[in-house]
Design a protein around this ligand. Sequence first.
Ligand code: FAD
Length: 399
Amino acid sequence: AAEVRRQPALPANDVVTAPAIRSANARPDYDVLVVGAGFAGATLAERLASQAGKRVLLIDRREHVGGNAYDEHDAAGILIHRYGPHIFHTNSDEIVQYLSKFTKWRPYEHRVLAAVRDKLLPIPINRTTINGLYGLDLQDDDQAAAFLAARAERREIRTSEDVVIAAVGQELYETFFRGYTRKQWGLDPSELDKSVTARVPTRTSIDDRYFLDSFQAMPLDGYTRMFENMVDHDLIDVELGVDFRDVANRVTVGHTIFTGPVDEYFDHRFGALPYRCLDFQHETHDMERFQPVAVVNYPSEDTPFTRITEYKQLTGQVHRQTSISYEYSSATGNPYYPIPRADNQAVYKQYEALADALPDVSFVGRLATYKYYNMDQVVGQALATYRRLAPRIGVKAIA
Ligand code: FAD
């Protein structure tokens, strides 16, 4: 019988269950196990199967593909995003070309309003915001720049609070940022790394687009359909509702791509990496339109939620009713946002060192690298991982 051994990554007395058992002599059941069917996992599974001819087992412990970008039709038949609004935007032609193999697009430019002082004003702050908030009539960029410069405070930049006050001054900081940040992170901006708001995107123009990327769009038939197209390949088996610990004991694989939480992979041996969690209260209303734009932010701490999303405005779906979600931040639940503080990064670095020492496992995506990434960045990271990995796992020609 073939000798069966665990992947040689960890010391023998380690409590961690190695991700998959590999037969030293026999051909493994799959060339690659991909854990997690979000952007990171789906991209790698697709590349490895379609370009490298590898046999891939793609698993996810959720009952669906798509990770946090998953969308679904609710009881009313309206396409909603279960885990909050996802708007695709990028400056990378390569990533657009890649994803365009699996979806057509609906052009969409995201606009967000903030509910402050009984008004709905554009965010990021622009000239319209300033005029609306202060009852002014600033006519051009120069006037708006002078207005902001007169309020900006010179100070040493250490925290998020410093970043914002140095850019727009105390009053705009308190109106638009302080309460929102406290709700979003459960921390005062003065306790958060300056990187959280490294640059406050303040505009002196009246451009009210939320993103300025060259490509902004929604997948025409939704994210889930796009993911289904990505993983629809003879060489990819998909198992849903399965945790990788369960698979590890019954399947042999050559290489593992892990896109779940890196601290969980290593049994939290250096402690749990903190995440901010979200709750969504989804509702359907008997009206065609609920609010003027897809997303309205609620910066004040008087409201418990951070924002309301109206999904039809993202997707362009026509329906006599409309579905919205209230978004609440919390300390417990599904991990969503890594909390950007130096002490958390230091813990992550310890996990990263362990991860780097595992030649047969690649850690990819937002949870496995403990970093907030946009969708396009995760696709970019996954494509780069594929290019690096391919020669190591016997792929000659890389597309
Ligand atoms: P995920 O999508 O989280 O996928 C990881 C998958 O791994 C999950 O499905 C999980 O179930 C699975 N998994 C984890 N552990 C295991 C295990 N042990 N066994 C089996 N399966 C496991 N980005 C944008 O570009 N635009 C936006 O508008 C945008 N909006 C966002 C809104 C919110 C509320 C949030 C939280 C994020 C948003 N993002 C947005 C970021 C986007 O969600 C991420 O970039 C993207 O989902 C990351 O993909 P991923 O594959 O790394 O992770």
